[in-house]
Write a protein of this length. Structure first.
Length: 134
């Protein structure tokens, strides 16, 4: 536990955890700022990219949601939440080719999922994308 606590106090991890606390408290702007600080300190910290992507998506900033989800996936290509956010953001932007690429990736990671995909958000809300004709 002591070693884990020491890691969580390191630059990047510390800001990511602070961002999670702010997110849970409903302070999306503060949380997003902390996640941005986290990736500035530790650019390969996929959970912080995921946090920014989720907040951007919730705020309707689909371009940044997609960009941050893709940054997340550069560091963790099996991050289901980032795959779902990327699919959803691409759909919202009208980029069905990118949407379908991420829907296919989601289904590769979750072969038992039907035509609807979802990933739970930190807030408990679910992120959804649909395959055509679903």
């Amino acid at each position: 536990a002591v070693q884990r606590d020491a890691i969580l106090e390191q630059p990047g991890y510390k800001e990511n955890n602070e961002g999670l606390e702010l997110y849970r408290a409903g302070d999306l702007a503060g949380a997003r700022a902390k996640f941005a600080e986290a990736v500035a300190a530790l650019p390969d910290l996929a959970p912080a990219w995921a946090g920014m992507a989720e907040i951007d998506f919730e705020n309707g900033d689909y371009q940044n949601a997609l960009a941050n989800a893709e940054s997340c996936l550069e560091h963790d290509d099996e991050n289901v939440k980032c795959v779902a956010i990327a699919a959803n953001a691409a759909r919202e932007l009208g980029d069905m080719e990118t949407n379908q690429r991420y829907v296919a990736r989601y289904q590769e990671l979750n072969p038992d999922v039907g035509p609807h995909l979802s990933a739970p958000g930190r807030s408990g809300r679910r992120v959804h994308a649909e395959t055509p004709g679903a």
